[in-house]
Structures are given as structure tokens and as C-alpha cells.
Design a protein around this ligand. Structure first.
Ligand code: ZN
Length: 138
């Protein structure tokens, strides 16, 4: 069995930002040389997500609006977590959007559905954070 590990680092310009990372994961897969197996992609922080959805800007704006309705950032004082921090909303948004995705690797390619793309969802950014890519197989 082959095993590959890489960290992808991000430092977003905004507190909340979605980044399309399918090309980064494809580059990892090419580097791994693995043809058949599984690729795990997970945020290594509890205020960021990795998820699969459509690469469509309207939908991305809808995610922002929807998440702000579910867990508005402000006022910061509305959250018990915000004693020393101001990122309770980011923890909640991360929980809704998920920690990781697992994608099948078939014939050396990510075996995604026709419109499936992989995203990094940052909810408390403007600092260095990372995503783990782990690929196992043969
Ligand atoms: Zn926190």
C-alpha cells in the first residue's frame, strides 16, 4: 500500500472565504502516484471546513447569507464561547459545513460527480491555517 501526506496552507484576506481547492488536491494525487484508493481532505482547524459542492459564485454568496442567518458573527457578546475570543460563530459554521471529505481515487483521478468540487471554507481567517491531504492506495 502507498501512503501520501501533504499540508496545504492558507492565509485568507477575509474573515470568511471559500477557496476552490480541487486543483490542489489533483496536484497532490498526481504527486502521490496512487492510481486506486481514497483521498481524505480535512481542515486541521476547528473554525474551518472542507466540503464538496458546486463551483458557482451565486451559491457561494448563498452559503454566506445562510450561515450568517444560522450563526451571525455579531454581536460577539451573544455567544458564551466569546469570553476571550470572538469566533464562536466560526466554530458553529464549521460544524454545519463539515470537517472533511473523502473522495474515491479511480484510474489515477479523483472520482467526483460531474459538478462536485472540493472547497476550503474559512470562517475565522486572516491568519495561517492548513488542510491535510492524505491519500492511501496502490
Ligand atoms: Zn474559539
Amino acid at each position: 500500500m502507498l501512503s501520501y501526506r501533504k499540508e496545504l496552507w492558507f492565509n485568507t484576506e477575509h474573515r470568511r472565504q471559500l477557496i476552490h481547492i480541487t486543483p490542489d488536491v489533483e496536484a497532490c494525487l498526481a504527486e502521490s502516484g496512487i492510481r486506486e484508493g481514497l483521498a481524505l481532505v480535512n481542515a486541521m482547524h476547528i473554525t474551518a471546513s472542507v466540503f464538496v459542492n458546486d463551483n458557482e459564485s451565486g451559491l457561494h454568496a448563498d452559503f454566506e447569507t445562510w450561515l450568517e442567518k444560522l450563526a451571525p458573527e455579531k454581536p460577539h457578546s451573544q455567544y458564551a464561547h466569546n469570553g476571550f475570543e470572538d469566533n464562536a460563530d466560526a466554530h458553529l459554521k464549521r460544524t454545519v459545513m463539515g470537517r472533511e471529505v473523502v473522495v474515491a481515487v479511480t484510474d489515477g483521478k479523483l472520482d467526483l460527480g460531474p459538478w462536485e468540487r472540493i472547497f476550503y471554507g474559512e470562517f475565522d481567517g486572516k491568519r495561517k491555517k492548513r488542510v491535510l491531504v492524505k491519500i492511501v492506495g496502490a
